[in-house]
Design a protein. Structure first.
Ligand SMILES: Nc1ncnc2c1ncn2[C@@H]1O[C@H](COP(=O)(O)OP(=O)(O)OP(=O)(O)O)[C@@H](O)[C@H]1O
Ligand SMILES: [Mg+2]
Length: 324
């Protein structure tokens, strides 16, 4: 386990968005439908992780790329929800994502925008800002990449941040994740499906998931956390596998559960707490968020009560494949 650092927490959102959600009775082809309610939220995984840090009362810096008047709006929204936002302005407009919540039949439609083109010069400015703010702290690299940003960007950042003794947490998919893993980040958090995609084959049993998480950990990643949705999560380090179920919550919307979990894991680890405590706080944050509607995240008091309901099992590696 690495020693805790007093360094800052930083999140990066290369492709943030305004999330617009409409409650509608029913979508009908070629007809206008009137929304019963609409709401606007700041979106993007890094922004969500930063919102979760604020809920945990942990100060964090949040770097994001914004463009145009939609970018102005985003900046206004996050000013209320984040502690230390750092917006880097580029040409073009920040994207808008739309969610339609239809009543009958109960269905959710989602459209994700592409995002503005990011020039090499602007991206260099972002990299410089990350290195400058992170010092020897912790950086969360998560979310999709906008046009113009190479898939190696997270890998490049991990390499540069390691040179200044910072720790990187990566929650990404596809080529961005593959490239990042080759640079040995501090922590990764795929869900089970993302792990299957990464390996190119199904992992039907918990033993399969644990074995693959261990194999990844041995490739030089300090912590591999695999989240299992309603079934909880596992965390692997060099010594052991830690496993826990989710506490019982009434699920309202799982949007933001994974981002909340990352904030919980990193809050504990950055304070020097061990993997069992990190997993417990990660699961509490994820489940707390799953119990809240729409894009709302867990509450601080709620976490205190959920923590007591989470039992973490430790399975030392020396005893072999002990999970079932
Ligand atoms: N249906 C649920 N019931 C209870 N807890 C949940 C549920 N879904 C998620 N969680 C909690 O949140 C954590 C992370 O969830 P999940 O595995 O779905 O992450 P994810 O797939 O990365 O999520 P996201 O869609 O936000 O990216 C879980 O380990 C669990 O603690
Ligand atoms: Mg996720």
């Amino acid at each position: 386990m690495s020693p805790p650092t007093d360094g800052p927490l930083v999140t990066l959102t290369l492709n943030p968005c305004i999330d617009i959600s409409y409650d509608i009775p029913r979508l009908i082809p070629d007809q206008k439908v009137h929304a019963r309610a609409d709401r606007y939220d700041p979106g993007g995984n890094g922004i969500n992780v930063a919102r979760a840090f604020k809920r945990l009362r942990v100060p964090a810096h949040s770097i994001c790329i914004v463009g145009g008047e939609i970018g102005d709006f985003l900046q206004r929204l996050i000013a209320h929800e984040l502690d230390h936002p750092h917006c880097i302005r580029i040409e073009g407009e920040t994207r808008v994502n739309v969610t339609l919540l239809q009543d009958t039949p109960r269905t959710q439609f989602e459209i994700s925008g592409t995002g503005p083109q990011v020039s090499a010069l602007a991206l260099q400015g972002v990299v410089d800002e990350v290195l400058n703010l992170a010092g020897g702290g912790f950086v969360v690299l998560t979310g999709s990449l906008p046009p113009g940003v190479p898939e190696e960007i997270y890998a490049t950042l991990i390499r540069a941040l390691r040179a200044q003794a910072a720790h990187c947490v990566v929650d990404a998919q596809g080529a961005a994740l593959v490239c990042a893993i080759a640079e040995h980040p501090y922590l990764i958090k795929p869900n089970r499906y993302e792990l299957e995609l990464l390996l190119g084959r199904p992992l039907p049993t918990l033993d399969d998931v644990i074995a693959e998480a261990r194999a990844l950990q041995r490739r030089g990643i300090e912590y591999v956390c695999v989240s299992l949705g309603a079934e909880g999560a596992l965390l692997v380090d060099a010594q052991a596998t830690y496993l826990a179920d989710t506490p019982t919550v009434e699920v309202a919307s799982t949007v933001g559960a994974g981002d909340s979990m990352i904030a919980g894991l990193l809050t504990a680890l950055s304070r020097g707490e061990g993997p069992a405590e990190a997993l417990r706080l990660g699961i509490a944050c994820g489940s707390g968020t799953a119990s809240r509607p729409g894009t709302a995240l867990f509450g601080y008091q709620q976490i205190q009560s959920l923590l007591g309901a989470i039992d973490v099992r430790r399975i030392p590696h020396t005893t072999g494949r002990a999970a079932g």
